[in-house]
Design a protein around this ligand. Sequence first.
Ligand SMILES: Cc1cc2nc3c(=O)[nH]c(=O)nc-3n(C[C@H](O)[C@H](O)[C@H](O)COP(=O)(O)OP(=O)(O)OC[C@H]3O[C@@H](n4cnc5c(N)ncnc54)[C@H](O)[C@@H]3O)c2cc1C
Length: 708
Amino acid sequence: MRSLCFFLRRTATQRRAFSDFAAHSPPPLPVLIVGAGPVGLTLSILLSQYGVPSLLVDKRKRLPEHPQAHFLNNRTMEIFRKMEGLTAEIETKQPPVDQWRRFVYCTTLAGPVLGTVDHLRPEDLTSKRSPTAVAHFSQHHLLPLLYAKAQRLGQTVHKNYDFSSQWASITPEPAPILMGYECVSIMSNSKGVNARISASQGVTRQVVDLACQYVVAADGAGSPIRKMIGITMEGEAEMQKLISVHFFSKELGQLLLSTPEPGMLYFVFNPKVIAVVVAHNLEAGEFVAQIPFYPPQQRLEDFTSEVCHDIILEVVGKRDLAVEVKTVKQWVMHAQVADRFTDKHKRVILAGDAVHRFPPAGGFGLNTGVQDAHNLAWKLGAVIKGYASEALLATYEVERKPIAKANTALSVANFKAALAVPAALGLHPSAARVVHEAINSRVGMLLPKKLQSAVLEGIFAVGRAQVSSAFLSDFNPIAAVRVSEMQRILKEGHSLQLQFPAEDLGFRYREGALIPEVKQSPSRERVAAPMGRRLEYLPSTQPGARLPHFPIIIHQHTFPSSSNATCSTLDLVSESEIDLVLIVGCNNSGCTWTEAAVTSAKSLSVKVRVVIMWPPGLETKMGESEELSVQRRVSAFKDRVVHAEQADQGWWELCGVPDVGAILVRPDEHVAWRSLNLPDRSSAEHLHRAFAEVFPALASPTSTQQCA
Ligand SMILES: Cc1cc2nc3c(=O)[nH]c(=O)nc-3n(C[C@H](O)[C@H](O)[C@H](O)COP(=O)(O)OP(=O)(O)OC[C@H]3O[C@@H](n4cnc5c(N)ncnc54)[C@H](O)[C@@H]3O)c2cc1C
């Protein structure tokens, strides 16, 4: 780990400190990360793995215990897989999949059940499309694991950081994490950022000004930094307000585990309450109940532990149940993306909820944020290490904003689909909103507060009566029609979905640090046939797509290697080196691509590793003439070449690329460029342009024309 030293001012005004910025000899802090939520912590770990110095601050002194997000999608699990084995730990610690694969629709948790949907298909749990799978693991349990991974990388967590003795040291520890430290102001110019950090220590308050090259604001949905730098959110604000009640009940956990089909989410509709219960862990009896919240007629203070306890018993449908209410919070659902992802000087960069806020339907919030961090880490690393110019950082917004917008639209569509079920049962959520808006109107507000609440509750109670057990009885013909309509919606996959393979693994950057193809290959651009609202993932090596997963054996520079362990093509990309990977076939074309890549990389000082992809059964092929000649030709570039063997037939077919072509992969496992053709005299030039596109500073001026 490179040593770092920071510019630190404790007494002068921030403005003066900032004007002094360039004059000071100690280099500024390369990256300040504000916010140690899942996004800030992920970025901190990824930067540590690259050996890029950073500092992470969070205003919280303790880790939050209130559960929030809980669904980790496949791509997030792939990213975590390369963070000190985090995925393996999540896989062993998460509840068994049979306890969370379903959504259950019911009138109370104790029954009766109106319908269930199993969201996992066999292919979701095999290693066919990914070396890992989706997981159900709560954010408040994930955060301690992230801290532990950071600590394993040598990062230390401090609650009382003594700036005077430790901070100004010439070689402070790598990437410290400071808890209880708030970023209270930010000023940037084209050279860097001055961030003021404040911490209360006992009765005194410590304030320091830090000069930084870059600040990443991963400071959550309310992002104070986003406001400081004047970035606004676009889209629909305040779609719904919710009360989130965290409670424990072992008895309830056991009750639900004893049912034939336990679930992750329980949608409860009954005359007393409508709620969504998240079963964070049935064995541990840990739950969250999400209840619609209508301020100002309802106030957070009204939801005391006793009131929430009562609501939960109504949700369960059993009065004699032991329930312990831990915390009650409110939260607001938005569907918004920031108008810009950086400040005007491109020194303050937003990530995670700070830059996009989605409805939780589909669980894209945390996942999109982790993937922002993954996109940003190698770019920041490349710029700070001097491999690329700052132009590379501009591609962060170009690539991530369309993904944020697409995931917002998907979450909104999924949220609306979730409303189809209560609507089928005669509960129209839009009607609830209209009633609430009417009461909030000028006329409604003239009513005394208590009367407003009574009117609101009275109207909602009439609505909820639609789902009373008497109303939903078998003898009520209207109810029978409604329940069968609801079951049709569930069966046809038109309700809230959990799995989005096409968007999870199949999201693709259309422009950015890549060379798009002029001619889109129609066979690879086809859209998967929809199954309800779920689209399947289709592997693609179109530039911008995630490299498809395929089982391989890596033989490094010598082969056959002693280890025959099967791993993934994703493992060809390093988590500690910021370099490019060129995948070529084991043939004469592969050798020509290798020679061209080595020459171009040398002229640009770009780090490239070439992977020669051997067909399966390497040992039996060793004596064959083409393989021997490949081995001989590439032996000159031994330290740049890795030999990988397909564990099964079909890598090139999966990629839609002939084995005489080439695939260039970025440090975040996304394809930067590919050739569907044999190498020719312009191959070195194509590669040169592709390398320069990914690491812009290192190129001589190139045309921006697209490759055919
Ligand atoms: C009650 C609740 C329930 C939720 N439920 C779900 C759900 O069911 N499903 C889902 O997908 N998503 C859910 N979410 C959203 C999900 O939790 C977020 O998408 C996720 O936390 C985003 O991570 P983040 O790291 O971007 O931000 P956060 O997790 O919000 O972390 C931001 C961090 O920044 C710190 N911070 C803020 N300002 C400063 C400052 N000035 N200086 C220093 N530190 C600062 C904060 O203390 C915090 O630790 C929920 C959110 C809430 C609040």
